[in-house]
Unconditional design. Sequence first.
Length: 118
Amino acid sequence: MILICVLVSALTPVIALLAWVVGWPILILVIGLAGATIAGRSVGFSSALLELAPAQRRSTYAATYSLISLPIAVMPLLGGAIIELFSYKILFSLTAMLMFGAVGAVWRWNIIEKVRVV
């Protein structure tokens, strides 16, 4: 579930970059994918966190996850500044690169988990 959400999150800015070729209606798909991945991540990451955390430390892990997620609140401001200084193409390209890095990390984590289970 997490791998699918991260992969779709990585493809979303790539699809948004195609908007100048295909036209603005493709942005409807981008917004839909973004909403679906945000919902999927909140469910998937919370479940993964509870699965990974030792029972006696779950509250600490949950609090740490919430604290680490706090910078997400200022990301729209940073995105706006990048668009203002450069262009939306730069922003979407940076986002795609970061998300494909996340895909690699999640892929590696899934492989490690499968090896650990076997």
